[in-house]
Design a protein around this ligand. Structure first.
Ligand code: BES
Ligand code: ZN
Length: 839
């Protein structure tokens, strides 16, 4: 892809005065922008970004100027008197309000039977240019005065508090206070009927949580508490005040990603912000982490911003790390770091083991490429793991002190990764620049092989791969975090030996704080398993041992059949996150038995049997005094019983479904209850539930129906669901990818979904071609397909698209991923099936 010029090099904006008149009924808006800035020596044209704006007139220092649109969304402004120096440009223009979920767009909802709309903006990464002419680059920071003219009697929100609000000609004119120096991608407005809950932080920052009137007032309370306490937490942790006078959080009915950190006006999809008494613990934890993530950006990203999009990972990795640091402080009883191990770690390791994966830091020549490099498993999860590794390596105190320097030195300006490394190096006295740069610039991660003979331990590292790959000689500086202080702090060589008296157990990456996996020799593994059985391992170590074993099996370093005995050693487990990984490891076995009914039956029985002790302990009903861990665990266990086709479990689910309204079902179990009823019961339920889905204003209920209903085994119902994905009156475009992923991951839905996505590819292109979710379709397909025939079909279908920038990497990785899976099934399948049959 070609490299776009950085316009900041040719014009330096200082202040924008922006006045917009929004005509919602006509789907149209008109704007006047007054921009002051400096033309550097040597330039004779002012070039701004402008996309799909109809420019009516331009004046330069009060004189009519010439203007013309050009490639790369450029608007060229010239005047025969134009000289380098300070200038004021005034542009009058107009544009369309769209449904695109970027730029300025409409959100739809229904309240008391009346259809209503909100208007909202989404500017990251480069959509501000769709709303006003500007230098739309993160480095082009400026101050903004915004005035919005709208319909009367609605709420009008911007980044800053309202300065004046008047009614003129029956229209509402709202002017906001001037913003601090900030990037265009962080500007935002929301207008429409909204209600709120409000509170103030201990330092006097006003915090509001907003939603449409279709949402209950009580659904705002949880978010408000988390938002207030997150801001208070960060002010202490960063030792830097929250930079603005207020912090608004708005739940939008249509929203393309999860949430967006607009400065002072964070926007969310409804399920990422709203919680009522029915909301499951998992959803609350999700909401808390999303809020903590976006609020971390208010400092890291908003106050201090990357110079260019190649360092977007730094924004996102940091905010992902802070989600866990903040939520651990706000809700210590959740043990959220265990979820880091079951979410981020697993995602990062699985993706990062496929050849062709991107490095954390990747060049961005054109902001359009951002969509193509948005591999969340790398940009968020791996990056967060690397920052956590850094935090452990230098210690939390030095990490925090480094951040304080960083915010202090770079407030209201822009940085690159090295600026952060240097701030932390200065605070810690450790030379981390080269170390971190190696980790962020090399794709993949190492496996450390460990063997011990007598008193000599040998350690060696090599890049870990799953599936076909080129040979690699990459090496990493690996912080070993060994249980034995006789081991070195860093492994930088290919291989070393170390003296170690005794043969007590030996562990590496204790606490799972670095990004590598360990391959122990047989004796050591046996020792670890016996420690596990004796209850001597911490929960995070138990998660890590099983997760790394499934990876090593995928990579051919262990055999998949070994997982069966390892899983047996977890029988007495009681911790929810550890059960999550047990369930994942058991699910890993499912792909091996699809054509072997006896082995499949045995796997189902084995799954139910492994979970049976916890099933007996927990039952179906919450006890008033139980821990949240147990409440969450119940659904993991019941899901295993249902997979195991435990008749008692199936009947209980069906009778619960019959006995109450959907809204009143236990929200922890609701998707399972719906799923079991759909799967083992009356098919008519599918259409009824789909209708309920289309009418519901509750994002959580909709999500549960989607999760449950996609368990159907009936081909005609699967076909009906697939076709409904294209019907925006029932399934909002924001949720299309979710439906697709559930269907293609289901055993019975896989083939049909795969056929459907190929038949409907043009619809995917038309609907999501410019969106971050575009690449999700080939990505999710590759995650689900298992046979040689499907591998050929995948490669045949997608290879012709491999030059589409947003798809090329995903397609190449998709082919390796399926090929790796097919080979794994061929290699390990016979032994797995034999072992299961003889269980
Ligand atoms: N800034 C991102 C969203 C974004 C990134 C929008 C790039 C457009 C281009 C935001 O902070 C974010 O990361 N949102 C996540 C949720 C988060 C809690 C992981 C998302 O939307 O998935
Ligand atoms: Zn983010």
């Amino acid at each position: 892809m070609q490299t776009v010029p950085h316009l900041i090099e040719r014009f330096i904006p200082k202040h924008y005065q922006l006045s917009l008149t929004l005509d919602r009924a006509d789907r149209h808006f008109a704007g006047i922008v007054t921009l002051s800035g400096t033309l550097p020596p040597g330039a004779d044209t002012i070039i701004l970004h402008s996309k799909e704006l109809v420019v009516e007139s331009v004046t330069l220092d009060g004189k009519a100027a010439d203007f013309a649109s050009s490639d790369n969304d450029e608007l060229h402004i010239t005047h025969r008197d134009l000289l380098p120096g300070k200038h004021i440009i005034v542009i009058a223009y107009s544009a369309t309000i769209t449904d695109a979920m970027h730029g300025l767009y409409s959100c739809y909802y229904e309240h008391n039977g009346v259809k209503k709309e909100l208007l909202a903006t989404q500017f990251e990464s480069h959509h501000a240019r769709e709303v006003f002419p500007c230098i739309d680059e993160p480095e082009a920071k400026a101050t903004f005065d915004v005035t919005l003219t709208t319909e009367p009697a609605i709420t009008v929100l911007g980044n800053m508090p309202i300065k004046t609000q008047t009614t003129e000609n029956e229209l509402l004119v709202t002017t906001f206070e001037t913003t601090p120096r900030m990037s265009t991608y962080l500007l935002a407005w929301v207008t429409g009927e909204l209600h709120r809950k409000t509170a103030t932080t201990n330092q006097g920052v006003e915090v509001n949580v907003w939603a449409t009137p279709a949402q209950a007032a009580s659904s705002l309370d949880f978010a408000l508490d988390i938002a207030v306490r997150s801001i208070e937490f960060y002010e202490e942790y960063f030792d830097t005040p929250y930079p603005l006078p207020k912090s608004d959080h708005v739940a939008l009915p249509d929203f393309s990603s999860g949430a967006m950190e607009n400065w002072g006006l964070v926007t969310y999809r409804e399920i990422a912000l709203l919680a009522d008494t029915h909301t499951s613990i998992g959803s609350r934890q999700y909401i808390a982490t999303v809020i903590a993530h976006e609020l971390a950006h208010q400092w890291f990203g908003n106050l201090v911003t990357m110079k260019w999009w190649n360092n977007l990972w730094l924004n996102e990795s940091f905010a992902t790390l802070m989600e866990y640091i903040a939520v651990e402080a706000l809700h210590p009883e959740w043990n959220i770091w265990l979820d880091f191990a079951t979410n981020e770690s697993i995602m990062a390791l699985r993706r990062d083991s496929i050849d062709g994966v991107q490095s954390v830091q990747t060049d961005v020549n054109h902001p359009d490429e951002i969509n193509s490099l948005f591999d969340g498993a790398i940009v968020y999860a791996k990056g967060a793991r690397l920052l956590r590794m850094l935090q452990h390596y230098v210690g939390d105190a030095a990490f925090q002190a480094g951040l304080k320097h960083y915010f202090n030195d770079f407030a209201y300006s822009n940085t690159e990764a090295d600026d952060l490394w240097q701030s932390i190096a200065r605070a810690s006295g450790k030379d981390i620049v080269a170390l971190m740069n190696t980790w962020i610039s090399q794709p993949g991660f190492p496996v450390v092989h460990v063997t011990q003979q007598n008193e000599t331990v040998s350690l060696s590292q090599e890049q870990f791969f799953v599936g076909p790959h080129q040979p690699s000689s990459a090496l990493w500086p690996i912080p070993l975090s060994s249980s034995d202080p006789a081991m070195p702090e860093l492994l930088t060589e290919k291989s070393i030996t170390a003296k170690r008296p005794g043969t007590s157990s030996l562990r590496f990456n204790v606490g799972d704080s670095a990004h590598f996996i360990t391959h122990y020799d047989e004796a050591q593994l046996a020792q670890l398993i016996s420690e596990l059985s004796l209850g001597l391992m911490s929960p995070v170590d138990r998660v890590q041992l099983l997760d790394e074993a499934t990876l090593l099996a995928r990579g051919g370093i262990m055999q998949t059949v070994q997982l069966i005995d390892l899983i047996k050693a977890y029988r007495d487990e009681t911790s929810e996150p550890v059960w999550t990984i047990i369930a994942i490891a058991l699910a890993e076995l499912r792909k091996f038995i699809e054509d072997d009914p006896l082995a499949e039956e045995k796997l189902r029985t084995f799954t139910a049997e492994i979970a049976s002790t916890q099933y007996a302990r927990l039952g179906w009903t919450q006890r008033p005094d139980e821990t949240e861990d147990d409440t969450k665990l119940r659904s993991t266990i019941i899901a295993m019983e249902l997979y195991g086709e435990n008749q008692d479990a199936i009947k209980t689910a069906q009778s619960m479904f019959a006995a109450s309204k959907l809204e009143d079902l236990d929200s922890e179990l609701r998707p399972l209850i719906i799923g079991a009823t759909v799967r083992y019961g009356d098919d008519n339920i599918v259409s009824e539930l789909l209708a309920r889905y289309g009418n519901s204003q509750s994002g959580e209920l909709r999500q549960d129906i989607c999760a449950g209903i996609t368990s159907t085994r009936q081909p005609d119902k699967i076909a009906e669901l697939l076709e409904t994905i294209k019907n925006p009156a029932i399934i909002r475009p924001q949720d299309a990818a979710l439906w697709f992923v559930y269907l293609i991951r289901s055993r019975e839905g896989r083939d049909q979904s795969w056929q459907w996505i190929r038949n409907n590819w043009q619809w995917v292109v038309d609907s999501f071609g410019g969106d971050k979710s575009y690449a999700d379709y080939p990505r999710y397909s590759a995650g689900a397909l298992t046979t040689r025939r499907q591998l050929q079909e995948y490669s045949g279908f997608f290879t012709p698209m491999k030059d589409v920038p947003a798809l090329s990497r995903v397609i190449a990785m998709g082919i390796s991923e399926i090929e790796g899976r097919v080979e794994l099934i061929e290699r390990d399948g016979p032994a797995v099936r034999d072992a299961l049959r003889s269980l």
